[in-house]
Design a protein. Structure first.
Lengths: 410, 287
């Protein structure tokens, strides 16, 4: 790594040197037989085969989707849940660049990278789900601006937000390539990109919920209300932050060589503070849910199986982790904060699937249950994303400090 | 509030009409009232369950002929290879047949859901699908309260299929195939206004024969396909608890809030940024 950097920094920037550097960088690094590789490679290979079949024989040949349930795991989990988890990026950039809370600065890059890759891959997963993907550019080029469509809004926002996140992350790429001029220009654009990105996130996090507003009779009344957009937005805050806590604790182990001693220490402080924000956001969310419950006069549903499931979600996966966050913030117990983050994430998965899959057409005679092939493709998307994530972390200054030439003022 | 808005638009419309050709202004109004949508009135008291509509629909759209027939206790559904079905129901007044297909809503959920306007409410009334625009996202299927659009799951080049009220035949000044061929005159084609008048007339002249309810007059904000029945519509498998407002109205509130957030958020964020900038001890310039 250091060698590569010095090649660039010698900076007679002869094209040949750059080329050498890039070629070197694109070579795989690290051990081949980690447990992650051993599991992910076969899954990805099978997933690719399934994807080929899907384009060859149609969506129905690999999924269990029906005419009544046209959106399944690929939308409900990959897109709707995945984007909620990617919400950490807008929350952290809000804290660092808008509230100027510099202590969170060391996790900005990794969070933005995570968010960016999440969007790229979930938008990719969306392509798999489109029956006529060759028309995907139509709403962009104006072969029909469906401005009355929430999906139109969400699609545009995905695109714009990916660009905003790329700009936010681009200084790291410039540092990797040793392009100091470009770095200066790009980091000058950060604040603008952040403001734009937060605005977009507010709208499409809630927009993902608003997608389901017209499916009024199709979603179980315990999960349908006119407030879905607000609930989705508020829950994306703690979904994203829990992901940040969870991902951080794993990255710290896996990439420990990348992290300076200073940031190692800072990380515990960050996690500790994030747990408080999570607890507060979850309290607001829980309170909103109670309001919606009372407002919608939902008592009658409580005795039913779906009612019990609703209570499990609200008490077991919102209230409980909220309390754990709160208590372990008080006790400064990092381990329990991590436990809470995992329960919270499970709760988000349950909640999003309840709206999009489990509660959707809950009364139908036959239920949609994803096929194993849908699950494998979902895992393929996830694992590929982690591969790319690892590739970037090992090369660009994401977890580690920026190269020395960036200077103090980075 | 909404009444005010409506009046406001009426005033706008009147002003506009003096400027533009009147017909054009009328045609472009996509609201419930004052629009001359064409539609179909189906009278289930006349229907004999002969399936001629099914056969002529299959022929008009190059689809396979139906092989099953209406049977009490069996709910046949439309699917990607049949756009209309006739079902039989055992009701308090004996056996009654019902034809089902797209309702051609006045303000269709499917069209407002479609991000490419592939689903489209024509000015004439039929709701049509346009393959050159559709990306196959199936959001129209998620949104349609009647579960009408179907998707060809087994095809690598799938289409969304549903009744289009024979839009291309209408362009040639022909009535829809089912209407033309119905031997029992259970189907009637006309402007929605004429059809509603006719339906009300039939109910008034024969109050013992009909229930006093035209399905589609108000359901889902009004539809261009209208139904008359001898028995309450629940007995015929209709969802009578659908809201009377149009379905697109459900996401209007959200969509209306988008522009204001787009204006307010950046200003607010920039303001907070400026306000907190000097609070921080280490004041980094960029990043
Ligand atoms: S019935 Fe469904 S498909 Fe037909 S116009 Fe209404 S919303 Fe669209
Ligand atoms: S599937 Fe096609 S017609 Fe239906 S909403 Fe998507 S783009 Fe529009």
């Amino acid at each position: 790594m250091n060698k590569a950097e010095s090649i660039v920094l010698n900076d007679n920037s002869s094209i040949k040197n750059r080329w050498k550097f890039l070629r070197n960088e694109f070579r795989p690094k690290g051990k081949m037989f980690t447990w992650f590789n051993v599991i992910s490679v076969p899954v990805i290979l099978v997933g690719l085969v399934i994807i080929v079949i899907r384009f060859w024989k149609g969506i129905g040949s690999v999924t269990n989707l029906t005419q009544e349930v046209p959106w399944g795991l690929w939308i409900g989990f990959d897109v709707v849940t995945g984007v909620a988890f990617a919400g950490g990026a807008y929350v952290i950039t809000f804290m660092v660049y808008i509230l100027n809370l510099k202590k969170y600065h060391s996790i900005v890059r990794v969070t933005v990278l995570n968010g960016f890759l999440a969007y790229v891959f979930y938008a990719g997963a969306l392509l798999l789900d489109l029956g006529r993907p060759w028309n995907v550019i139509n709403p962009i080029i104006g072969n029909g601006f469906g401005t009355s469509s929430v999906l139109f809004l969400v699609a545009w926002h995905f695109l714009l937000y990916m660009i905003a996140q790329l700009i936010e992350f681009s200084p790291a790429i410039a540092e990797w390539l040793g392009a100091s001029r470009a770095r200066k220009i790009l980091s000058g654009m950060t604040l603008g990109a952040v403001i734009f990105g937060i605005t977009l996130s507010t709208l499409h996090q809630s927009g993902l919920g608003a997608l389901y507003l017209m499916a009024k009779e199709k979603i179980h009344p315990l999960w349908y209300s006119e407030f879905i957009p607000i609930l989705f937005f508020v829950s994306s805050i703690f979904a994203g932050l829990s992901m940040v806590i969870f991902e951080g604790s794993i990255s710290r182990k896996v990439f420990s060589d990348q992290i300076s001693a200073k940031n190692h220490k800072a990380h515990s402080v960050i996690v500790h503070n994030l747990s408080k924000i999570c607890a507060m956001a979850m309290f607001a969310y829980f309170f909103l849910q109670i309001l919606v419950f009372v407002h919608g006069k939902r008592w009658n549903y409580l005795g039913t199986p779906m009612g019990n499931w609703y209570l499990v979600e609200m008490l077991g996966f919102v209230f409980l982790p909220m309390v754990i966050y709160f208590v372990s913030y008080r006790n400064k117990n990092i381990t329990w904060i991590k436990v809470a983050s995992v329960i919270t994430m499970l709760g988000i998965i349950i909640n999003r699937l309840n709206v999009t899959v489990i509660g959707f057409r809950w009364d139908a005679a036959t239920h949609y249950i994803p096929s194993w092939m849908e699950i494998v493709v979902t895992l393929t998307v996830l694992f590929t994303e982690i591969w790319i994530f690892r590739w970037v972390i090992n090369r660009m200054p994401v977890l580690r400090e920026s190269p020395a030439w960036v200077g103090e003022n980075h | 509030m909404s009444i005010n808005r409506r009046n406001f638009f009426k005033v706008l419309g009147v002003t506009g009409a003096t400027l533009a050709v009147e017909k054009k202004v009328q045609g472009s109004t996509n609201s419930n009232e004052d629009v001359e949508f064409y539609g179909i009135l189906y009278d289930s008291t006349r229907c004999v369950g002969c399936q001629t509509c099914e056969f002529s629909c299959a022929e008009a759209n190059n689809l396979p002929e139906p092989e099953d027939y209406p049977e009490i206790g069996v709910i046949r559904k439309t699917n990607e290879s049949r756009r209309t079905v006739v079902n039989a129901f055992d009701t308090s007044k004996g056996e009654v047949y019902v034809k089902r297909q797209c309702m051609h809503c006045n303000s269709p959920a499917c069209a407002s859901a479609c991000l490419t306007q592939a689903m489209h409410k024509t000015n004439e009334g039929p709701v049509i699908w346009r393959g050159d625009k559709c990306m196959g996202c199936r959001y129209c299927m998620v949104s349609c309260p009647f579960d009408v659009p179907k998707f060809e799951y087994q095809s690598p080049n799938p289409k969304i299929t549903k009744c289009d009220m024979c839009f291309s035949r209408q362009q040639e000044e022909k009535v829809p195939a089912c209407v033309e061929n119905c031997p029992a005159e259970a189907l009637m084609f006309g402007t929605r206004r004429e059809l509603l008048q006719e339906a009300h007339k039939r109910i008034a002249e024969n109050p013992d024969l009909y229930v006093n309810h035209i399905y589609g007059e108000n359901e889902a904000g009004g539809t261009s396909f209208l139904y008359l029945s001898p028995v309450p519509f629940e007995e015929l498998g209709f969802n009578t608890s659908l809201q009377q407002d149009s379905y697109p109205a459900l996401s209007k509130g959200f969509l209306y809030s988008v522009p204001s957030i787009f204006v307010l958020w950046p200003i607010m964020l920039l303001g907070i940024h400026k306000a907190t900038k000097n609070n921080s001890p280490k004041n980094d310039e960029d990043e």
